[in-house]
Design a binder for this molecule. Structure first.
Ligand SMILES: CC(C)(COP(=O)(O)OP(=O)(O)OC[C@H]1O[C@@H](n2cnc3c(N)ncnc32)[C@H](O)[C@@H]1OP(=O)(O)O)[C@@H](O)C(=O)NCCC(=O)NCCS
Length: 176
């Protein structure tokens, strides 16, 4: 399922969650900045995914400013409210982006994360990214499964690691 990744004001993609509620996924638009800040200010629990999102509003603003400076950002909405953000930001490895996703607490566990990951992967490939990379705590089962559903695989994992690394080669992987 592909979102239009060219410039302009592209239409979003709609996907049903497991309860039949419709979720709309769009590319980030500058008008989304305010709602995105409020989304992360209200986000619970804070600091839970490798210390993200930050807990203090000033730190949230700094973090958002830094990640919005580049990459690919997708916004998910339900009933007109911003309920999710998935993004790919550049790394120091050419063509490789770091991926992350955050959903509002009451919308988790209904397939939205998996759907948004798949849309983000297809959009990243369309934009010319060669691969995606992320870190995740193996105990974050819904995150790990949602990433695996979209094609990510563990690079290395030992029981001694708090964070594990997952990667996805966008050139080899076929659409999810
Ligand atoms: C991680 C996150 C994006 C996953 O999205 P989601 O919509 O909740 O996940 P999905 O409903 O698509 O479920 C994905 C898989 O996890 C399973 N799952 C969902 N909730 C689960 C839970 N609480 N415990 C174990 N497995 C769970 C689902 O059954 C599904 O597995 P399956 O495909 O084998 O059936 C979302 O939970 C979230 O935003 N969490 C907080 C932020 C976060 O941790 N981000 C990741 C940072 S690395």
């Amino acid at each position: 399922m592909n979102i239009h990744t060219d410039m302009g004001d592209p239409p979003g993609i709609t996907v049903p969650d497991k309860r039949g509620k419709t979720v709309e996924v769009c590319l980030f638009h500058p008008a989304d900045r305010g709602p995105l800040l409020r989304f992360y200010e209200d986000f619970q629990p804070k600091n839970d995914a490798q210390g993200l999102p930050p807990s203090h509003p000033i730190r949230i603003r700094q973090w958002i400013n830094s990640i919005l400076a580049g990459g690919l950002h997708l916004i998910a909405r339900r009933d007109g409210e911003l309920i999710g953000h998935a993004f790919v930001v550049p790394t120091d490895e050419p063509g490789i982006g770091e991926y992350a996703i955050f959903l509002r607490e009451d919308t988790r566990g209904f397939g939205v994360g998996t759907a948004l990951n798949r849309i983000a992967v297809d959009a990243a490939r369309d934009m010319g990214w060669q691969g995606l990379w992320l870190t995740v705590e193996p105990k974050n089962r819904s995150a790990v499964r949602s990433y695996e559903n979209a094609g990510f695989r563990f690079v290395r994992k030992t029981v001694f690691w708090r964070d594990a690394e997952m990667r996805l080669d966008l050139q080899q992987q076929t659409k999810t």
